[in-house]
Design a protein around this ligand. Sequence first.
Ligand code: FMN
Length: 181
Amino acid sequence: MTKAIDVDFSKMLMRPCIVISTVSENGVSNAAPFSFNSPATTKPPMYGFCCEVEHDTWRNIRANGEFVVNLVGASFGDLMEPLSRGLPYEQSEILECGLTEVASKKVKPPRIGEAYGWMECRMTSYEELSPRAVWIFGEVLVSEIREDALDEVVNVEKVKPLNHISGETFVVEMKRVKYGR
Ligand SMILES: Cc1cc2nc3c(=O)[nH]c(=O)nc-3n(C[C@H](O)[C@H](O)[C@H](O)COP(=O)(O)O)c2cc1C
């Protein structure tokens, strides 16, 4: 029998790395990477993620209920560290990182122009997981993908979605396969 090794579960799970953009009451944008996240249901379309309560992201969402989930690929790899720096409140990580703000269609927070896909969301509820963290549920009001990133489904060979395992370890090479039913 192969020996079993006790491991922090997050180190054996690959999770999509998303960048959430929000906006402050004064209209200043904010962005941060998150990897504890998941679609919740499709009817209605809902998305959720785990956010520490000290984060500016939660401060902004608690204030106005809106956020954009930006889907990012390997080209964002070197931006993970600068995007996750705790900049002073109301200093935009989007602009600091040389990224582009693009107006959203149904929510105030801008999307990030360099993302390959995005979901405009409005918080429907949140669950306090601990004194430190909340799980935020949002209804997806708009979900769009860049035309060149779609090939029936997301073209993962082209956009190389950024997936997070732990710390500075990510996965970027993926391949689409079809299995019969
Ligand atoms: C790859 C990666 C994944 C992360 N995932 C999460 C997460 O799932 N939840 C969380 O609260 N913070 C996560 N963080 C940390 C936040 O991005 C970081 O603390 C950031 O400064 C929060 O920004 P804000 O204060 O502007 O909201 C992650 C950071 C990185 C680099």
